[in-house]
Design a protein around this ligand. Structure first.
Ligand code: ZN
Length: 223
């Protein structure tokens, strides 16, 4: 079950002290085909990340302990372009997707950040947007995640044991974006990157989603 508790955070960019709900514990039971976990009890996804109500610096609670100089400069100089994400949302009650997008932008401003870490935040933003019934934002975040996962694959920043999972995930995001041919190319690559005997669960999932992409593509061709 999920437990949340209030925590006092200090923004490492502007020094604002604020109270935020943080996740104490949670447990999961199953997941969607893009790995979005199903939680038991209250869904804590939107509570894992926090955003400063003043300057909109965002991240996990640990990110509030210190901030690289580049990120601080990025936020203070307006590079975050927070207003286009936040819109009319009250600063102390931001949507989960909003906080994850802000966190992804902050993290991307750190030159030491890996593409995979930024991709993961955009993926989580897309999960929240789905829960928030905000399909346009879900697609935007899926596209941002895909771009960064692909960048990580191309630059050899994905460990070999992780490669099949990431290739599958990129395929699944393309399938969800309606790009069925590209999705199938990634599923095919994922199948060949993962020897059958290693992860039978993943292999079955790839084959199932590839079949779903194939079926949808045929439907489209007939329309
Ligand atoms: Zn701040």
């Amino acid at each position: 079950m999920t437990t949340i508790m209030p925590e006092t955070l200090t923004c490492p960019v502007c020094g604002t002290v604020f109270e935020a709900w943080c996740v104490g514990s949670c447990s999961t039971c199953g997941k969607d085909t893009d790995f979005r976990p199903h939680y038991l009890g209250m869904d804590p996804l939107s509570v894992f990340v926090q955003a400063c109500p003043r300057c909109h610096f965002a991240g996990y609670p640990g990110d509030f302990e210190s901030v690289p100089a580049e990120v601080k400069r990025f936020v203070l100089s307006g590079g975050l372009r927070a207003e286009e994400v936040v819109g009319q949302e009250p600063p102390d009650e931001l949507r989960g997707s909003t906080k994850y997008i802000l966190a992804a932008r902050c993290l991307a401003a750190d030159p030491d950040t890996e593409d995979l870490e930024v991709a993961d935040l955009y993926l989580r933003a897309s999960w929240c947007a789905r829960m928030e019934r905000f399909p346009e934002r879900e697609r935007e975040c899926q596209a941002e995640a895909v771009a960064r996962f692909e960048q990580a694959l191309e630059t050899g920043r994905v460990e070999s044991e992780q490669r099949a999972v990431i290739l599958y995930l990129v395929g699944e995001l393309y399938r969800r974006l309606g790009m069925f041919d590209v999705a199938r190319q990634f599923f095919d690559e994922a199948l060949h990157a993962s020897p059958d005997e290693h992860e039978p669960g993943l292999m079955a999932l790839i084959q199932r989603q590839d079949e779903a992409a194939r079926a949808r593509r045929s439907e489209n061709m007939q329309m």
